[in-house]
Design a protein around this ligand. Sequence first.
Ligand SMILES: N[C@@H](CCC(=O)N[C@@H](CS)C(=O)NCC(=O)O)C(=O)O
Length: 205
Amino acid sequence: MEKLTLYHAAPSRSSIVRWMLEEVGEPYDLHVLKLAAGEQHAPEYRAVNPMGKVPALRHGEIVVTEAAAICTYLADEVPHARLNVPIGDPHRGRYLKWLFFAPACIEPAITDRAFPRQEQPPRGMLGYGEIDTVIKVVADAVEPGPYLMGDQFTAADVVVGSTLRWGMMFDLVPKGPEFVAYGSRLEQRPALQRATALDRELAQA
Ligand SMILES: N[C@@H](CCC(=O)N[C@@H](CS)C(=O)NCC(=O)O)C(=O)O
């Protein structure tokens, strides 16, 4: 496999991709950026991600940005890791729904809860509608367990799980029994444990 480099900062959304890389099991390099020092805005990095944000992943000559897209990409590039639902599988549509649902609905709903708008836009204008529905939809999906796609752990669990864990950490997602149980199942994954420990070391360095 061609070289993988993660443009990373810890803690940040690039930790989602670090967890995914640990699940994939292929070697990767890190290019660490100091966000507080504004390194994400340097022209060299803007050439990698014009948004001036982490994460970004370089795979050989290919650059992918956006955490959920990177996780989707890695799952498809490394099929033997069995973290994707391949094209042709009748469950792929549902798998893709969850990969998009986290950045399109869960994260904006949580962020709006953290920073309420002065004027509430009409429900129809918000892609996520309203947060209570978002929370209920996800709670119903994780409740049967063990994972979003049933017995198969996938990239969708990395993306949705990371967003829920972050939301619970800041009391923006209710610590309901289904979310707590799902979070505990995720925390038992050795790849998440490794990624968390490595990121903790990096944050303290
Ligand atoms: N939509 C992006 C969001 C990435 C993002 O906002 N990253 C933050 C860190 S959590 C960042 O780079 N912030 C630095 C900045 O905006 O200056 C994704 O999901 O990858």
